[in-house]
Design a protein around this ligand. Structure first.
Ligand SMILES: C[N+](C)(C)CCCC[C@H](N)C(=O)O
Ligand SMILES: O=C(O)CCC(=O)C(=O)O
Length: 417
């Protein structure tokens, strides 16, 4: 239909005269040839437009875009509206008339030109529009991920990156980050087993997030802090710092010493488990995204006095597309539930049980023994960790990283993050 109308109203080939605004009620599409003669222009590079009451319809590179007038005015990249040195908008969007409509429209091979009622002209690269319009986005928000159980992860044979190549080459760093983004875990090998060297490794990808545990932390089973982590007991799978309003993005672990038995580390892909819940029981998945919970850290040991509270659902999804971006799961630190009435509470426990069942399936458990030299990075928004009980002296060091800064490094290396 569109094509037929389009062909009927084809503008003369090679025309460069501005196409003036059509009178209301005559929304004729206009086709601008992307080269001198439309006979030689591939269909995909032809550009056609049609002005509607409240938006401009534009077809280019096989994409049909509907562009709101205020959006178009707001995205003017002219020198008076946008500072290309700082990449910041200078236009005061609130000064744009919400009923604004362009006075004239013109398209050439590469560019859309709009003249606004006050005479201001905006040019938009057609490629830029495809890349930045809603229709051109294909609605992908998150970077690509591979959800895994133990078998999938083993089969993938994800390599650890050698510390030297990680520290000294962009290729090493990029390979590490690619794996980390895909699987939510990644290892660096041959790190010197000291806190200082672990810090250097961590700083290669991010700013370190200082918390109540300090910047770089050591921990042993000395109960120096009021938390089970500082004992020899087993720890069931969990994510850390659920009691922060923004849980830490990444956790780094480096085992500096262990003279004894046990103490293996357990890793479980929380997004894989959540996906199983979504498939098998979508109502329970939804409940886990809706019921707000508190997690709490109350500490009064030695000189350490802390009271932290974070509120949020177990499964955090973007409201615009239901995509999961953060799992907050820690049965140790979960606080009193007083946010919903008793009947919802009961349904929530059932949903939590379903998720727990998935998280505890032996086939979803990846067990690794951390050894001096092998630093583990865990996406604490996605992958749960735990540990086996142990005997003997065991010392771990590590830190938390800010998620934004890890993603920043990944983007600077050209990764989609
Ligand atoms: C890692 N480090 C030993 C420093 C802290 C451990 C924090 C443990 C806490 N229950 C939580 O899950 O957040
Ligand atoms: O000791 C370990 O291996 C892990 C400790 C832990 O789970 C934590 O600190 O959150």
């Amino acid at each position: 239909m569109w094509r037929r109308r389009l062909m009927r109203l084809l503008q003369p080939c090679g025309s460069s005269s501005p196409a003036l605004l059509q009178p209301p009620g005559d929304p004729r599409p206009v086709l601008a040839a992307a080269a001198r003669c439309h006979h030689t222009v591939p269909e995909s590079l032809k550009c056609a437009w049609q002005l509607h009451r409240d938006h401009l319809e534009l077809r280019y590179a096989n994409t049909l875009m509907r562009l709101d007038f205020v959006w178009l005015r707001d995205h003017c990249r002219s020198a008076s509206c946008y500072n290309t040195k700082t990449n910041q908008r200078s236009l005061d969007t609130a000064s744009v008339d919400l009923a604004i409509k362009p006075k004239a429209v013109r398209v050439d091979e590469t560019t859309l030109f709009l003249t606004w009622p006050d005479g201001h002209v905006t040019r938009y690269g057609l490629e830029w529009l495809v890349k930045n319009s809603y229709e051109g986005q294909k609605q992908q928000v998150m970077h690509p991920r591979i959800l895994w159980n133990a078998e999938i992860y083993r089969q993938a044979q994800v390599p650890s990156v050698d510390c030297r190549s990680f520290l000294e080459t962009d290729a090493g760093l990029k390979e590490f980050l690619q794996n980390f983004l895909l699987y939510g875990i990644a290892f660096v090998e041959n790190v010197a087993p000291t806190k200082e060297d672990t810090e250097i490794v961590a700083e290669r990808i991010s700013l370190i997030r200082e918390t109540i545990y300090g910047r770089m932390w050591y921990f042993t089973s000395d109960f120096s802090r009021g938390d089970t982590a500082y004992t020899k007991l087993a720890l069931d799978r969990h994510t850390d710092t659920t009691y922060f309003q923004e849980p830490c993005g990444i956790q780094v672990f480096h085992c500096l010493k262990h003279e004894g038995t046990g103490g293996r580390t357990l890793l479980v892909d929380g997004f894989y488990a959540a996906e199983q819940v979504l498939q098998r029981s979508p109502d329970q998945f939804e409940l886990l995204t809706k019921v707000p919970l508190k997690h709490e850290y109350v500490e009064n040991v030695g000189d350490c006095h802390n009271h932290m509270i974070g509120i949020g659902p177990v499964l955090n999804v973007y409201p615009w597309n239901n995509e999961l971006y953060l799992i907050r799961y820690n049965n140790y630190d979960r606080a009193v539930i007083n946010t919903v009435p008793y009947d919802v509470v009961h349904r929530w426990y059932a949903a939590h049980r379903t998720l727990t069942t998935e998280l505890r399936r032996p086939e979803n458990e990846l067990w690794v023994k951390l050894k001096p030299g092998k630093a583990l990075f865990i996406d604490n928004w996605r992958v749960l960790h735990g540990r086996e009980a142990f005997t003997g002296y065991r010392q771990l060091c590590g830190c938390y990283l800010t998620r934004d800064d890890v993603l920043n490094t990944a983007r600077l290396l050209g990764l989609q993050a």
